[in-house]
Design a protein. Structure first.
Length: 259
């Protein structure tokens, strides 16, 4: 299986090398969000203190949006005949999906590195220890892996590339923006507040802020509630739960597509 997965990873990375514009969504798009929120909205939300608060949310938002790369990539493979060719070979079915997820994860790590450099350029700093920073980035990578498998399920379930792209962004935007990625969940009204507080995106962003040592801006309500108090454990637990559901589900969808 591992050799088969490596072959798929190599194939997908060669595609990126031949079509470098595929890197845009993994690198340029996150930079646009950084400058948009840091300087367009940031002046209203708190300037420099908001920029430090912002970066953990940007990291989390980007790994959610990167699931679209896996969604569209798998849907495209399903429609252009590549999957049919792979089915005729004596290779693991899981390797086909895992290879796509792994290659997209490598692009995601590249995008994360670009964002870290961008964050440092606009004044973001890690105030915690090196170990705390490593834990924070580990949480982000684990959540990125979970989101990539969600993208795989979406891509395999969609009948074509256009539908896959539409469905992907249909869930990504509310999941990302109905959270504390860019604002305080405590500022949301009515039933939106508990939804945002229990959103895994909120947990990941909050856990990373805690580990990076980036507090909320002075005008923002401080995070409170069970999730805020157990953000690290909750973010890791939800990521593992998503993986436990999406990996077997993607295999089921893949097998059904062969019939």
């Amino acid at each position: 299986m591992f050799a088969d997965t490596a072959v798929i990873i190599e194939r997908n990375l060669l595609t990126v090398r031949r079509i470098p514009t595929l890197l845009i969504s993994a690198t340029i798009q996150p930079l646009m969000f950084v400058f948009l929120f840091a300087y367009v909205f940031g002046a209203t939300f708190g300037g420099g203190s908001y920029r430090e608060f912002l970066m953990a949310g940007i990291f989390t938002q980007t790994v959610v949006f990167n699931a679209a790369i896996t969604t569209v990539g798998l849907a495209n493979d399903m429609s252009d005949g590549i999957i049919d060719r792979l089915r005729s070979l004596p290779m693991s079915r899981l390797a086909v999906i895992a290879g796509r997820v792994s290659s997209d994860m490598l692009l995601g790590v590249l995008g994360l590195a670009v964002m870290v450099a961008c964050g440092l350029a606009i004044g973001w700093r890690v105030r915690g220890s090196a170990l705390d920073a490593a834990i924070a980035f580990g949480i982000i990578v684990l959540f990125a892996l979970a989101m990539a498998w969600v993208g795989a399920v979406t891509g395999l379930a969609a009948p074509n590339v256009n539908v896959a792209q539409s469905i992907g962004f249909l869930w990504m935007f509310p999941v990302t923006f109905l959270s504390s990625a860019f604002i305080s969940a405590q500022s949301l009204p009515g039933f939106l507040r508990p939804i945002a507080e229990w959103n895994p995106v909120t947990a990941v962003a909050t856990a990373c802020r805690q580990k990076f040592g980036n507090p909320s801006p002075p005008d923002f309500p401080a995070p409170s509630g069970w999730v805020a108090e157990h953000a690290v454990g909750y973010s890791i637990g939800t990521s593992l739960a998503i993986l436990a559901v999406c990996i077997p589900l993607s295999l089921i969808l893949y097998r059904r597509s062969t019939n």
